[in-house]
Ligand binder design. Structure first.
Ligand code: 13P
Ligand code: SF4
Length: 328
C-alpha cells in the first residue's frame, strides 16, 4: 500500500491509555496518540519493526516498540528478525550492531548522532596498544563500542553476559574495553585478571556509595545497580545486573520500594508493567538515549533515511566477535 493511504488505526487506544496512565499525564498521552497511530500505519506499509532499548521513554517502549530489551536481547532479536526494515530506538552502537547482524536489511536510526560516552572513549588504536602491552590476552569488547573497535577484538560482551564471556575464554588474563567499572565487576565475579581501559559511562558514574547509604538509612529500599556504576555502589547494592536482568529481578521479587541505580526511563518502563512497585528517585538521564523521540521514529518511517551503512570489509571483521558472543 502506498504511503499516505490510511488503513484503520491498529493501536488499541483504551489499552494504551490505561497502561501509560501509570507513568504519564493523560494530556501527554492524548497528544501522542495521532503520532502513534501514524507510526503503526507506516510500520505496516514499510514492513518495519521497531526495536527499543530499556532506556527509551514509555511512549516508545509501550506505545510503538515491537521488542524492548537490553543490549544482548536487542542483538538476539535482530539476529532472528525477518522484517525487511528495522528501526532501532537506541544509541548509535546499538543500531550498528543490528546492521552488522542484518547486513541485507534496512536498519534505520531516528537519530544516527545519538552517541555513548563509553563507545567514544576507546579507539581501534587503543585496542592494538593494549594487545601489544599484554601479549596473548584475548580482547573482550563491550558491545558499547564502534564497529572499528569490535573489528580489533576477539569477542563481544554485554552487561548481561560479561562474566560468562570472560570465563568462556579459558584463560587467566583478559583485556576488557572500554568500561573500567564493568571490568572490575567481571574481575570480582570471576577471579580473573582483567586488564581494563579507562572508559566510564557518564550516566552511571554519577552514582556514589554515599548516595546508596543515605537512601538506605532513610527509606530501607531494595537497591539495584547496573555494573557500569562505580565499585562502591555495586558493593552496596542488593543486586547488580544488566537492564534486562534488573527488570527480571523486579518481576520475580516485586519489592515494595526500589532504588534503581540506572537511567531514569528504566523505572518508568518497569512501572508500566508493575504499578505496585514504588521507585525512589533520583535517577540520571542519558541525553544520548533521550535524543531519540517519537517524532523522530515517525519521520524516519515517513521518509526512510538515516540508514546505517558499514563498510563491508570492516563489517565482516566486526561481525565475528558479536556472532562468537551470540553462539555461547
Ligand atoms: P544494557 O545492556 O544493560 O541494557 O546496558 C546498555 C547501556 O548502555 C547501559 O548504560
Ligand atoms: Fe552510553 Fe551510558 Fe548512555 Fe548507556 S547510559 S548509552 S553507557 S552514555
Amino acid at each position: 500500500m502506498p504511503v499516505g493511504r490510511r488503513p484503520p488505526p491498529s493501536i488499541d487506544r483504551g489499552d494504551l491509555m490505561g497502561r501509560l496512565a501509570r507513568v504519564l499525564p493523560a494530556a501527554e498521552i492524548a497528544l501522542a496518540l495521532p503520532v502513534l497511530e501514524r507510526i503503526a500505519e507506516l510500520k505496516a506499509v514499510r514492513g518495519a519493526v521497531v526495536v527499543a532499548h530499556n532506556y527509551q521513554v514509555p511512549l516508545i517502549t509501550a506505545g510503538t516498540a515491537d521488542f524492548v530489551g537490553d543490549s544482548l536481547a536487542m542483538a538476539r532479536f535482530a539476529a532472528a528478525c525477518d522484517a525487511p526494515v528495522i528501526v532501532v530506538c537506541g544509541v548509535h552502537f546499538m543500531a550498528e550492531t543490528v546492521k552488522l547482524l542484518c547486513p541485507g536489511k534496512s536498519v534505520l536510526s531516528p537519530n544516527p548522532l545519538a552517541g555513548c560516552s563509553l563507545a567514544a572513549s576507546v579507539t581501534a588504536a587503543d585496542v592494538r596498544a593494549l594487545r601489544a602491552r599484554n601479549p596473548g590476552a584475548p580482547v573482550i569488547a563491550y558491545v558499547n563500542t564502534s564497529a572499528a573497535v569490535k573489528a580489533e577484538s576477539d569477542i563481544c560482551c554485554t552487561s548481561a553476559n560479561a562474566a560468562a564471556v570472560a570465563v568462556s575464554l579459558r584463560t587467566s588474563r583478559v583485556i576488557m574495553v572500554p568500561d573500567r567499572h564493568l571490568a572490575g565487576f567481571v574481575a570480582r565475579q570471576t577471579g580473573l585478571d582483567v586488564v581494563s581501559h579507562a572508559g566510564e559511562c557518564e550516566v552511571h558514574v554519577k552514582y556514589t556509595g554515599a548516595d546508596v547509604d543515605a537512601y538506605r538509612d532513610e527509606v530501607g529500599a531494595v537497591v539495584l545497580a547496573h555494573p557500569e556504576c562505580p565499585a562502591d555502589v555495586q558493593d552496596r547494592a542488593d543486586f547488580v545486573g544488566s537492564t534486562g536482568a534488573m527488570a527480571e529481578y523486579l518481576g520475580v521479587h516485586r519489592p515494595r520500594r526500589v532504588l534503581l541505580l540506572t537511567e531514569c526511563s528504566m523505572a518508568d518502563n518497569v512501572a508500566v508493567l508493575h504499578p505496585e512497585i514504588e521507585f525512589l528517585k533520583p535517577c540520571n538521564l542519558c541525553s544520548h538515549m533521550k535524543s531519540i523521540t517519537l517524532d523522530g521514529v515517525m519521520r524516519v518511517l515517513e521518509e526512510p533515511g538515516n540508514r546505517i551503512e558499514i563498510d563491508p570489509s570492516l563489517a565482516d571483521r566486526a561481525r565475528r566477535p558479536i556472532e562468537r558472543m551470540l553462539a555461547l
